[in-house]
Design a protein around this ligand. Structure first.
Ligand code: WT7
Length: 651
């Protein structure tokens, strides 16, 4: 099973002077778990502290005495670590390269000095608008330089940013704004993706008409496309107007290591999205350390992560990790297939990208377009490739390695989550031989284990649920506003461990192979969507009585969304209604949540106590009607036959 035959050793000549090699990985990993205080105390020196921590780790997963605290008496500021401390030696180094949606738009190169000044100007403006330490600021921006500036300006004054992905709908914005009680929103007139305009300001306007959003006092609007927007005075202010004339220095707030840095909403298996809360010291340390080690970062690298800042990957590996490491980080506004399917590779050549980090769904989509679109570009600047967001199938891995990387560049398949703040399982490219489809081995200080359904720890080669048995500095600290939900969600299933929600296999070499979510979370193109959220969106429609949603294997997206919908009595099933329901879900949540299939379900398979048997619905959606298992406990077993008969069959 483990494909030990297919081992890709570290390419000869890959290592540079700072590359972590195999023996160093083994030695440091052992130290990190045997002496976490010593290890992380030393690691903390990579950050600049106003007051260096003397207490390193204070953690208990015991439910009666639960706490997760790292560096708790340390004081620092994240923006100082990402900017000020680089100015003396790297002020002129490019911090951000911006590549717009259209290749005809002139790219920008922003130096560390320039970025520092921009952040300070906005930070001063925010303070003038009454935003201070602990206040929440929602950021709803396209992939433009101001997105990074806004995050860092919040960090500078101790405001807690909450970035909402630009693809989310007004309802989703409103839910998040009201959950965290934002005082201010930073948005743009419009975004641009693949030549299409996204009405960001109009979405904010619509969101702020919804209940629960009246905490918002100010909306700052970046003029990006120049498209027309409604400005509602005095609430709405042009970003340029408030920032112009502000001093380009700004006294940073002294933050305790455990003060919140940001909230980022993510879907879980139940209820509304959770506000994942990350704090300052541990998060920044972990993002920067993993970024340097996993990507074998060198001063001359041009590093490009294609994620959006609306997801945690953008937070940790476009903004905080790279900038804390004084790297050059590329921000790309566009999409992989605009104006054509060579765009990624053209951008790599144009900016001489050395490290490229993307998602399996993009790799699979581009793989389908054929080699020629890749091969007509050079890509000779590349030296390292990364993958994140979902399991990468070995076929896509090999194509990425052979076609994109010309069999020269190691691939780091990085497993982690919004909750983990940074990468937990991944090869270090100079230390660990890779296997297509395996995230390989844990990062320093990370202790994975596999457990069966009863919580028994499985040893050696085994498959089970993935837990992490001890804390790491980048771990989330709470669900915003609902600490009990944090404990219940992650620490109750397997007492004494953090439960990831993922299934996983470990082979005889100790390599980890993540197999996907074992809870009711669907991973669509690397984006997490809870089935409960989709179901509540569907039943909001006036004609829907009941809905059950499951994931199914999808060639490009990894998983697709399959919805079973029962209409209220008297309502007619029709193709038009199907289209309407898809549009309804897009409106309620956002385009990433569009159902791929809606199957009309006269009845749903339920137990006698009324619980929907998703196992059965999943098998039908997977087109595996011969694997339904025992259906005799259903209240009405006959509903299954009709669902099987009417199922979608892939052609
Ligand atoms: C879930 C977390 C990590 C940042 C982007 C997604 C899946 C993530 C991998 C990988 C297999 C992966 C897991 C995880 N996942 N990376 N390399 N191999 N699965 O963050 O939205 O919080 O989703 O994504 O299922 O639990 P997220």
């Amino acid at each position: 099973m483990s494909n030990t035959a297919e081992l890709y050793p570290v390419p000869p000549g890959f290592a540079g002077p700072t590359t972590i090699g195999a023996s160093e990985y083994e030695r440091e990993y052992a130290r990190s778990v045997q002496d976490p205080d010593g290890f992380w105390g030393d690691a903390a020196k990579r950050l600049d502290w106003f007051k260096p921590p003397t207490k390193i780790r204070n953690v208990s997963y015991d439910l009666a005495d639960f706490r997760i605290r790292w560096f708790e008496d340390g004081e620092l500021n994240a923006s100082v670590n990402c900017l000020d401390r680089h100015l003396a030696t790297r002020g002129d180094k490019t911090a951000l390269i911006w590549e717009g949606d259209s290749p005809d738009t002139e790219a920008l190169r922003i130096s560390y000095r320039d970025l520092h000044a921009r952040v300070c100007r906005l930070a001063n403006a925010l303070r003038n608008l009454g935003v201070g330490k602990g206040d929440r600021v929602t950021i709803y921006l396209p992939m433009i330089v101001e997105a990074a500036v806004a995050m860092l300006a919040c960090a500078r004054i101790g405001a807690v940013h909450c970035v909402v992905f630009g693809g989310f709908s007004p309802n989703s914005i409103a839910d998040r704004v009201s959950d965290c009680g934002s005082k201010l929103i930073i948005t743009a007139d419009e975004g641009l993706r693949g030549g299409k305009r996204v009405a960001l300001k109009a979405n904010v306007d619509a969101a702020l008409k919804l209940p629960g959003t009246n905490t918002v006092e100010t909306v700052l609007v970046v003029r990006h496309t120049g498209g027309a927007v409604d400005m509602q005075m005095p609430r709405d202010r042009w970003y340029d107007a408030v920032v112009d004339g502000q001093p380009d220095t700004c006294e940073p707030e002294r933050m305790n290591a455990e003060d919140p840095l940001f909230i980022l909403y993510t879907s879980g298996s139940t209820g509304k999205p959770k506000g994942v809360l990350h704090t300052t010291g541990g998060y920044l340390l972990f993002a920067s350390y993993t970024h340097e080690a996993v990507f074998d970062l060198r001063d001359e690298d041009v590093y490009w992560c294609t994620a959006d800042v609306g997801w945690v990957t953008g937070h940790s590996y476009i903004v905080y990790g790279p900038l804390a490491n004084a790297a050059t980080s590329l921000i790309f506004e566009g999409v992989p297939n605009y104006p054509d399917v060579s765009r990624f590779w053209n951008v790599i050549d144009k900016h001489q990208v050395t490290i490229f980090y993307t998602a399996p769904t993009a790799i699979r989509a581009l793989m389908r377009e054929g080699e020629a679109a890749v091969k007509k570009t050079s890509r000779s600047s590349l030296r390292l490739l990364g993958s994140v967001g979902e399991p990468i199938n070995p076929e896509a891995w090999r194509w990425y390695y052979e076609v994109v990387g010309d069999s020269r560049c190691p691939i780091v398949d990085t497993w982690w989550q919004t909750e983990t703040g940074g990468i937990l399982i991944s090869p270090l490219p100079g230390a660990i031989a890779t296997k297509p489809g395996s995230a390989t081995l844990p990062f320093f200080g990370v202790q994975p284990a596999l457990v069966d359904a009863d919580g028994t720890v499985l040893e050696g080669a085994a498959a089970g649920n993935l837990v992490i048995t001890d804390s790491w500095p980048g771990q989330m600290r709470s669900v915003y506003g609902d600490h009990q939900r944090f404990i219940d969600t992650y620490f109750k299933a397997y007492p004494g461990s953090y439960f990831t929600g993922d299934g996983c296999r470990r082979d005889e070499d100790g390599y980890y192979w993540i197999t996907g979510r074992v809870d009711d979370v669907i991973n669509v193109s690397g984006h997490r969507i809870g089935t409960a959220e989709l179901e509540s969106a569907l039943v909001l429609h006036a004609k829907v009585a009941e809905a059950a949603v499951v994931g199914f294997p999808h060639d490009i997206k990894g998983q697709g969304i399959y919805a079973y919908v029962t209409l209220k009595s008297g309502e007619e099933y029709s193709e038009a209604l199907r289209t309407e329901l898809v549009a309804h879900v897009r409106r309620e949540i956002g385009p990433t949540a569009s159902p791929d299939h809606i199957q009309w379900a006269p009845g749903l398979p339920k137990t006698r106590s009324g619980k929907i048997m998703r196992r059965i619905l999943r098998k039908i959606a997977e087109n595996a009607p011969d694997q339904l298992g025992d259906t005799s406990t259903l209240a009405d077993p006959s509903v299954v036959d009709s669902l099987v008969k009417e199922r979608y069959i892939p052609n």
